[in-house]
Design a protein around this ligand. Structure first.
Ligand code: UGA
Length: 425
């Protein structure tokens, strides 16, 4: 059992802290957001993420997991110190590493001799080496260990990742990290700092590129009268393509893909290289979101158009609204003069303010009230249970646009709806 400090109690930090405490380490998790620490001490996770809340309750009771608003208190006697801090986009798209730099400056004089400082944040190539220099400590190790967990299934991903990537000066350090996580069967990629950093950006950019392709090809399928869902089945059966990450939608978003694709383009520009494919991936995603918004605007013809929107988060299973395609699309609808009633199981009326044209309501049925069209923008499973006949009674016109492929086109058409499936047929 090791003494571990995790600095940063966001999705990555909190999940890492919980997982390491689960496997038996003594973990102190710190964040300078005092309010967040107070609520975590009371067992309340400040965002929606499955399993975290119940595990935190168990682990804090057993004293395996503690929370502190002092980074120095958390690192006291720690053998492993994980830095899980945000690297937000700057105006030019590059990642801002100043939060990490400030924490390094704060802790460098106090990091215990012989300890391992592990950078989990997504950082531009060269950052871990620069932070190692900034530490200026030859008596402790600096290690790059990018994170690949997904929001909505963060703890499950931590328990069984596809691979663990460790960038370090010595291979033995990579094995130490893998052992710390008790990943006995998980493939270990032991490499240098730069390769570890680039694997993270390349993974997210590749997945985003795949989705931009999927969204464009399913749009083409709709326009030429082909079946998008059968097309995806046809693609997925090629083992080289596989079936994951093939669901068309309203565009990709969240706190990672948009930020990381922009940052990768900038990383390349810094060495005078244009990553045209990643740039095209970003632009295709923006165009796709505008296309979906136009599809909705064109589907409502009334003088005072009203649209019911189901789903505001960037995907199901999270309360995260950051760079959500739904928010982008709803903004365009509101700007076109459409009154939007939106429902999302994780959003309170105060969570989004886009002016008087957006009203956030408490149920799917309430959103349907006198609507000209019903639009599904996030794949919450409860939306697939909305009854077409009940919706039809509440709505003014019978148009449904399913941007996530979760509704049954037959059932909605049987109720007299004009059904536009962005993903299904
Ligand atoms: C993503 C990566 O999948 C993780 O591996 C990575 O660790 C994380 O970013 C990060 O860098 O922190 P996440 O942002 O939680 O995870 O979301 P994803 O599940 O990857 O979804 C991203 C976007 O793609 C969402 O808008 C989602 O709706 C969309 N998506 C995903 C689709 O439209 N279709 C799909 O088939 C899959």
């Amino acid at each position: 059992m090791s003494k571990v400090a995790v600095i940063g109690a966001g999705f990555v930090g909190l999940t890492t802290a919980v997982y390491l405490a689960e496997v038996g380490h003594s973990v102190a998790c710190s964040d300078t957001n005092v309010e967040r620490i107070r609520s975590l001490r009371n067992g309340i996770v400040p965002f929606s993420e499955e399993l975290l809340q119940e595990q935190i309750a168990k682990l804090t009771n057993s004293q395996n997991l503690t929370f502190s608003s002092s980074n120095l208190e958390a690192i006291d006697k720690a053998s492993y110190i994980f830095l899980c801090l945000p690297t937000p986009s700057m105006l030019d798209g590059s990642a801002d590493v100043s939060i990490l730099e400030n924490v390094v400056d704060e802790i460098k004089g106090y990091v215990p001799v012989g300890s391992h400082v592990v950078i989990k944040s997504t950082v531009p190539v060269g950052t871990t080496r620069a932070l190692q220099k900034r530490f200026g400590r030859s008596d402790c190790e600096v290690i790059a260990n990018p994170e690949f967990l997904r929001e909505g299934q963060a703890l499950r991903d931590s328990r069984s990742p596809d691979r663990v990537v460790v960038g370090s000066a010595k291979r033995s350090l990579a094995v130490d990290i893998s052992d710390l996580f008790c990943y006995s069967t998980c493939p270990l990629v032991a490499t240098d700092f730069e390769t570890a950093e680039l694997i993270k950006y390349a993974s997210n950019s590749y997945l985003a590129m795949r989705l931009s392709f999927v969204n464009e090809i399913s749009t083409l399928a709709r326009l030429v009268g082909a079946s998008s869902s059968t097309l995806m089945t046809g693609l997925s059966l090629d083992k080289r393509i596989g079936s994951q990450f093939l669901n068309p939608g309203p565009g990709w978003g969240g706190s990672c893909f948009p930020k990381d694709t922009r940052a990768l383009v900038e990383i390349a520009r810094n060495v005078d290289f244009e990553l045209d494919l990643v740039q095209a991936t970003i632009e295709a995603n923006q165009r796709h979101q505008r296309r979906i918004a136009k599809l909705i605007v064109d589907s409502v013809q009334s003088k005072d158009p009203r649209v019911a929107v189901l789903g505001l988060t960037f995907k199901a299973g999270t309360s995260d609204l950051r760079e959500s395609p739904s928010i982008r699309i709803v903004t365009e609808l509101c700007n076109s003069g459409i009154s939007v009633s939106a429902y999302d199981p994780t959003c309170l009326p105060s969570s989004v303010d886009l002016g008087p044209n957006l009203r956030i309501v408490g149920s799917a049925l309430e959103a349907c009230d006198r609507a000209d069209a019903l639009v599904v923008l996030t794949e919450w499973s409860e939306f697939s249970h909305v009854s077409p006949s009940v919706a039809a009674r509440a709505m003014r016109n019978r148009v449904v646009i399913d941007a996530r492929g979760i509704l049954s086109s037959e059932e909605w058409r049987a109720e007299g709806f004009s059904f536009i499936g962005v993903c299904n047929d």
